[in-house]
Design a protein around this ligand. Structure first.
Ligand code: ATP
Length: 209
């Protein structure tokens, strides 16, 4: 089980997350929504153990994540805005680092990547890179998926494939937290909306010469 209690984060002088709490159990999914700048990606980085909150606690199986981040890292698959693939390597070379054999085949199948297996990733389109990054999420075989705008750049067919991957993961007892600005094929999902901490009103004026 994942539990976040009163997570508070400042970026510079600015309060971005103000005592945000959530919890998630096996098989559950949560949709994280809110306007641009509301703090969704910041919260995802905290949940991924990549950023320590200024106050609050993050617990995985009742243990504090930040007291042993390395142990926690084995339990998560985090997809950020960057696809984190090596451009000079082929797709197969990129993904083989994470797995071999059957699981690699399954990951290729999940996002129709077989025809691109021997192509260098630098030649991929934005959507193809996103599909490859999603295949990597599957390969991680981690119980908790943290997906920041996973459908970015995906065509309609690939969004369907994403829906299937999300469903399969939950059926196996996996957990998912996902941010999105567009509808996703995700049933029976809990919602957390970040409204954003209001910035001070900008009081400047433009002068037209
Ligand atoms: N590198 C940074 N340094 C300082 N402040 C930052 C930095 N990156 C983001 N912020 C601030 O943190 C706030 C939250 O950003 P974050 O990326 O978490 O929002 P978001 O909800 O994911 O937005 P979006 O929907 O546009 O992806 C932003 O409003 C911005 O003011």
């Amino acid at each position: 089980m994942l539990e976040a209690r009163d997570i508070t984060v400042f970026r510079g002088e600015r309060l971005v997350l103000d005592q945000v709490s959530l919890s998630l159990s096996a098989g559950e999914a949560m949709l994280l929504t809110g306007p641009n700048g509301a703090g969704k990606s910041t919260l995802m980085r905290v949940l991924a153990g990549l950023r320590k909150p200024d106050s609050g606690e993050l617990l995985w199986q009742d243990r504090n994540v930040f007291s042993d981040r390395m142990a926690y890292a084995h339990n998560i698959a985090y997809l950020g805005h960057q696809d984190a693939l090596k451009p000079g390597l082929t797709l197969k070379e990129n993904l083989s680092v994470f797995s071999h054999g059957d699981s690699l085949d399954e990951a290729f199948e999940s996002f129709d990547l077989r025809p691109l297996a021997d192509t260098p990733v630098r030649l991929f389109s934005a959507g193809q890179k996103r599909r490859a990054a999603l295949a990597r999420v599957i390969l991680a075989q981690a119980p908790l998926w943290l997906l920041d705008e996973p459908s970015l750049g995906l065509d309609v067919h690939s969004v369907d494939r994403l829906g299937e991957a999300l469903r399969n993961h939950r059926q196996k007892g996996g957990m998912i937290i996902v941010t999105t600005h567009v509808p996703l094929p995700l049933e029976d999902v809990r919602h957390l909306t970040l409204s954003g901490v209001p910035a001070d009103e900008w009081t400047g004026e433009f002068t037209v010469a």
